[in-house]
Design a protein around this ligand. Structure first.
Ligand code: BG6
Ligand code: MG
Length: 218
């Protein structure tokens, strides 16, 4: 028998690769504060809110600053990041994503966005995907960051779907944890070692073959 299911997609690292832009902006801030910020450090910020990312960065550099300075740096970092985001086009949609969305549309399967990013609506607009989602939940809508399941539970509610009938697609450990805490099926995008708690793990979004999708739906 056919199950009614819906998808909830993370944005950064799933739909588009914005980690490289976050990295450039955080690295410049670290440089200004007098320490080095590496690609390895950047991994720690995946799926993490902007405020928490700054806390982690300051911890790496062992730097203590005032609340006022933190606010200033958060704005400065975001302005630099937006400089990159504003140049984004549909070419930056990750391989496999457009085919997957076309497939879901063809089967009348609805999907939402469930992202920690406050810039999510702008990014979707830039890459031409804003109007395709039945619902959007982003960093402006949540009070508790991933791994709290709030973002995905709001997504399910907006889609009017039961959590157990939702499939979350995530590239961050915190996101996979959030999906499982929400009692949803989770597809991890990345390495099996890192995303071991997900129900299925693919190296990238091209892992969503028609065969896999048919198995999931039927
Ligand atoms: C997540 C990213 O999607 O959004 C994190 O994985 C980022 O790296 C977070 O810190 C918040 O993004 P923004 O756009 O609100 O600064
Ligand atoms: Mg992500």
């Amino acid at each position: 028998m056919k199950k009614e299911i819906a998808f909830i997609f993370d944005l950064d690292g799933v739909i588009v690769d914005t980690a490289k832009y976050h990295f450039l902006a955080w690295r410049n801030l670290a440089k200004e504060l007098g320490f080095e910020f590496t690609q390895e450090h950047n991994e720690l910020l995946k799926g993490v809110s902007r405020v928490k990312s700054l806390e982690i960065l300051l911890g790496i550099g062992n730097v203590e600053i005032s609340e006022e300075e933190k606010q200033k740096y958060l704005i400065q970092k975001n302005e630099e990041y937006l400089g990159f985001v504003n140049k984004m086009t549909a070419e930056e949609i990750l391989p496999g994503v457009s085919n997957l969305l076309d497939y879901l549309d063809s089967k009348n399967i609805i999907y939402a966005l469930g992202s920690a990013s406050k810039n999510a609506p702008l990014i979707l607009e830039k890459v031409g995907l804003y109007n395709r989602f039945a619902a959007l939940v982003d960093g402006n809508d949540v009070s508790k960051a991933k791994p709290d399941p709030e973002v995905f539970l709001i997504g399910a509610k907006k889609l009017q779907m039961k959590p157990e009938n939702c499939v979350v697609v995530e590239d961050a450990i915190a996101g996979v944890e959030a999906a499982k805490l929400a009692n949803m099926t989770c597809v991890g995008i990345g390495s099996k070692e890192v995303l071991g708690k997900a129900d299925f793990v693919f190296d990238d979004m091209t892992g969503f073959t028609t065969e896999f999708l048919n198995k999931l739906i039927n």
